[in-house]
Design a protein around this ligand. Structure first.
Ligand code: SF4
Length: 191
C-alpha cells in the first residue's frame, strides 16, 4: 500500500486526519474552498518561480523541474514535489508554502520524505532542501539529517500499523487546528 508524502506531513499535525483519509467509508470528500485556493496559489507561485533567478536558494546555476511525480515501491511512498533544482554537485527538493506562519516540524518532515524519494529517483544523496515561503518571498534551508530521516521511517511504520489495526487515534491536543478542519464534524470531542 502506497502512503503519500502528505500523510507524513499530516501525521504529526493530527494523526486522526490520516486515519479518516483512509478509513472513512468511500464517499466523495468535499473539495473545500481552502483546498481550491491552495491549488491556485501553488500555480501562481510556480509561474513566478519560472521567471526568477535561483538567488533565493544561494545557487548560481541549476535546472528546475516543476510538479515532479515521485514514487518508491521500496518505501511504499508517493508524492508530487513542487520543484527540484539539479546542479552539477547536488539535487535539491523545494516545497512551496503559501502560509504566513513559520515553518513547522511537520513541514520539515514532509520535505525529508520528498528528499528520500528524490535520492532514490536520482541515485544521488540529498543533504538539504528548501521551503519557499511565498508571502515572504524567502526560501528557508532545511538540512536533511539522519534524525529526520529516522522520524519519517518511523512515521510510515506507525501509520501502517494504525491503518492495519483500524485504530482511531486521539484528537490533536492543539485544538486551534480543529477550527477549519474538514473532518471537524466527525470529532465531537473537539467541539
Ligand atoms: S477536527 Fe481536530 S482532531 Fe479531528 S481530525 Fe481535524 S484536527 Fe484532528
Amino acid at each position: 500500500m502506497l502512503l503519500t508524502v502528505s500523510d507524513v506531513k499530516q501525521y504529526p499535525y493530527c494523526p486522526r486526519i490520516v486515519y479518516y483519509t483512509y478509513l472513512l467509508p468511500l464517499r466523495a470528500r468535499p473539495t473545500t474552498y481552502k483546498m481550491q485556493e491552495g491549488k491556485l496559489a501553488h500555480e501562481r507561485i510556480e509561474q513566478m518561480e519560472e521567471r526568477r533567478s535561483l538567488r533565493a536558494y544561494g545557487l548560481g546555476e541549476g535546472v528546475r523541474q516543476f510538479e515532479v511525480a515521485l514514487t518508491s515501491t521500496r518505501l511504499g511512498l508517493t508524492g508530487k514535489l513542487d520543484m527540484i533544482i539539479e546542479t552539477a554537485s547536488e539535487v535539491v527538493p523545494v516545497d512551496f508554502k503559501n502560509s504566513h506562519g513559520r515553518v513547522g516540524l511537520n513541514h520539515k518532515y514532509q520535505l525529508t520524505a520528498y528528499a528520500l524519494l528524490v535520492e532514490e529517483a536520482y541515485g544521488r544523496p540529498v543533504r538539504r532542501g528548501f521551503i519557499y515561503l511565498a508571502p515572504q518571498k524567502r526560501a528557508e534551508e532545511i538540512r536533511i539529517t539522519s534524525n529526520m530521516r529516522g522520524w519519517v521511517h518511523k512515521a510510515l511504520r506507525e501509520i501502517r500499523a494504525m491503518l492495519d489495526a483500524e485504530a482511531k487515534p486521539p484528537p490533536t491536543r492543539v485544538r486551534s487546528r480543529c477550527v477549519d478542519c474538514e473532518f471537524r464534524s466527525l470529532c465531537p470531542e473537539v467541539w
